[in-house]
Design a protein around this ligand. Structure first.
Ligand SMILES: Nc1nc2c(ncn2[C@@H]2O[C@H](COP(=O)(O)OP(=O)(O)O)[C@@H](O)[C@H]2O)c(=O)[nH]1
Ligand SMILES: [Mg+2]
Length: 393
């Protein structure tokens, strides 16, 4: 089944469930009504009649009931019960933005003409799916609308979603989203990225996950520029109950990495996560420092590093894209950690990242807590994002 079919399937299922809830609500209301009529039939004093009128009034409004149900649903949604819930919740703002933008687009809908296609481009750019992607989708839409002779807003909206999903699926054919973990051998993951994006936090969270799996984890504090940076990683090490290899503030990051590699070998660690500085002002400095770190790693273990993970902050949208582009030109990035996806409306950049950067997202950050890091499932992501946007034709 293609990805878009999966979304259609999820959409139909949701609609059915919605309908069922509506039916049961209606049944309950009718039952309640029947009960009340029976009661008021028995006692016919003026007081009870008044009372029954009141109750009758309130039961006449299934809207109230519906709101109550929605509220209950919202409450359950907010429970961080399991991974899927957390994931869905993390996406809720992005989903809402997409929906709002689509509604706006079709609110002024008159006909499928050139003005409309331009509005489609603007809508998609505004939803952070990327400039090239937006242009491509609008172009494909021009063709498709002609072929299908689609004129109704619902059909046009569904075609937009279909095009977005198809492109995303196509571009992801060669993508590997799983972390490159070594079986029965040391895995070395190097974390790079601009300050404040969430490198140290993500390392702490990942260390905790591996530790929970019973793995021996080691952290390397190779961000030696600020004293605070080392302390922060040490704190995460305590929280996750893993060892941290550190040097003094201002010491050569490569020497910390060397120590960590040696230690990992001696202690037969399963995973070594290396934190680096993000302060480097220019590309040449950054390249030199990362090259040196990589050289040291390779000298100790020729197959390592097994991942060079670029950490980007989803809330910065296009800026995150630019950072990724620059890092990609500077060093061999093997994957992305997309942080702060909770509470941002810019989740659409996942599409831009895949279609325009061709870098796999491997982990996503969904909060500041130790458990708020998830492996990235690209299909679940778009199903969650788009299923609520399809229209009944
Ligand atoms: N809401 C949220 N905050 C995050 C996430 N990841 C990191 N942060 C916060 O971002 C800030 C910077 O993180 P830090 O790990 O110090 O970034 P670094 O400079 O790249 O090491 C901290 O306040 C973190 O708590 C996330 O997934 N969600
Ligand atoms: Mg840091």
């Amino acid at each position: 089944m293609g990805l878009f079919d999966k979304i259609k399937h999820a959409f139909v299922k949701d609609k059915e469930e919605e309908k069922q809830t509506e039916d049961t609500t209606q049944e309950t209301i009718e039952e309640e009504k029947a009960d009340e009529t029976a009661e008021t039939d028995v006692a016919k004093s003026p007081e009870t009649e008044e009372e029954s009128e009141e109750t009758a009034e309130s039961t006449d409004f299934p809207v109230d009931e519906q709101e109550e149900i929605e509220e209950i649903e919202k409450e359950t949604e907010e429970e961080p019960a399991d991974t899927q819930k957390k994931y869905e919740k993390g996406l809720s703002k992005t989903r809402k933005t997409f929906k709002d933008r689509m509604n706006e687009l079709f609110a002024n809908f008159r006909s499928v003409d050139e003005d409309f296609f331009e509005e489609v481009e603007n809508t998609l750019i505004g939803a952070d799916v990327g400039f090239d992607t937006s242009m491509r989708i609008a172009d494909e839409l021009r063709e498709e609308v002609k072929i299908k002779n689609a004129k109704k807003p619902a059909a046009v909206q569904n075609t937009i979603i279909e095009k977005l999903v198809d492109l995303y699926e196509e571009e992801g054919e060669m993508e590997v989203n799983e972390l490159n973990e070594q079986q029965n051998d040391l895995s070395v993951f190097l974390f790079v990225g601009v300050n404040g994006t969430g490198k140290t936090t993500s390392i702490g969270k990942l260390a905790h996950q591996y530790r929970q799996e019973g793995k021996k984890v080691l952290l390397a504090a190779a961000d030696t520029f600020r004293a605070g940076a080392i302390d922060q990683l040490v704190q995460w090490g305590e929280r996750a109950d893993v060892e941290v290899v550190r040097g003094n503030t201002g010491s050569d990051p490569a020497s910390v990495v060397f120590d960590a590699m040696t230690r990992a070998k001696e202690e037969q660690a399963d995973v070594l996560l290396i934190d680096t500085a993000g302060r480097l002002q220019n590309k040449v400095n950054l390249m030199n420092e990362l090259d040196k770190i990589k050289r040291i790693i390779k000298r100790e273990n020729p197959t390592a590093p097994h991942e060079v993970l670029l950490v980007v902050d989803a809330t910065t949208g296009q800026n995150a894209m630019n950072q990724a582009q620059q890092f990609k030109e500077t060093t061999d990035v093997t994957g992305l950690v997309l942080t702060k996806l909770d509470g941002t409306a810019k989740g659409g950049i996942v599409l831009a990242i895949r279609n325009e950067l061709h870098l796999p997202v491997k982990l996503v950050g969904l909060g500041e807590g130790i458990d708020d890091l998830e492996v990235f499932d690209p299909n679940d992501f778009v199903v969650g994002l788009f299923k609520g946007l399809l229209q009944e034709e």
